[in-house]
Ligand binder design. Sequence first.
Ligand SMILES: O=P(O)(O)OC[C@H]1O[C@H](OP(=O)(O)OP(=O)(O)O)[C@H](O)[C@@H]1O
Ligand SMILES: O=c1[nH]c(=O)c2nc[nH]c2[nH]1
Ligand SMILES: [Mg+2]
Length: 160
Amino acid sequence: MAPRYYVVSWDQLHRDSKALAWRLMEKTPLKGIVAITRGGLIPAAIVARELDCRMIESTSIITYDEEVKGEPVVAKPPAAAGDGEGWLVLDDLVDTGTTLKVVRKLLPKAHYATVYAKPAGKPLVDTFVTEVSQDTWILFPWDTEQQFVPPIAKAAAAGK
Ligand SMILES: O=P(O)(O)OC[C@H]1O[C@H](OP(=O)(O)OP(=O)(O)O)[C@H](O)[C@@H]1O
Ligand SMILES: O=c1[nH]c(=O)c2nc[nH]c2[nH]1
Ligand SMILES: [Mg+2]
């Protein structure tokens, strides 16, 4: 079955990331934010601006090649966050939880937040904004572009 898509625009991502920042206010002041690259970078920039946090660290975990899941690889461990105490770890979404499981081993005392969450990954995240079903693929604005679509009647006539 074709996956169901949840399309996120830049505007919506900005609004949802700000909503996440409101929920994270009670965690301030933070020692810093660890962004899980690459997807966590833009939410991290928005949340850092709202929470007035200028200490940004990153960790790179590669789990997916486009929509295909593989074994997670730590391409870059976080350099300056110790055991995570006082730090916020931020990603765009949690899906199966595989990526956050890896980071939780590296930074056990951090607070974990994502903008979007699917049910299987929810136990791995402390704070999130919007839940989508497990069979939904979230399409982020950096992975998409606008294009022409034919009128409904023409697509129907062509059997699409
Ligand atoms: O909960 P999981 O099943 O682990 O999936 C969530 C992770 O998958 C995506 O990253 P991806 O590996 O595609 O790398 P990217 O952020 O560089 O695009 C997404 O940005 C999360 O980091
Ligand atoms: O762009 C993405 N959308 C998703 O739903 C997803 N799940 C894991 N990794 C993902 N990347
Ligand atoms: Mg990612």
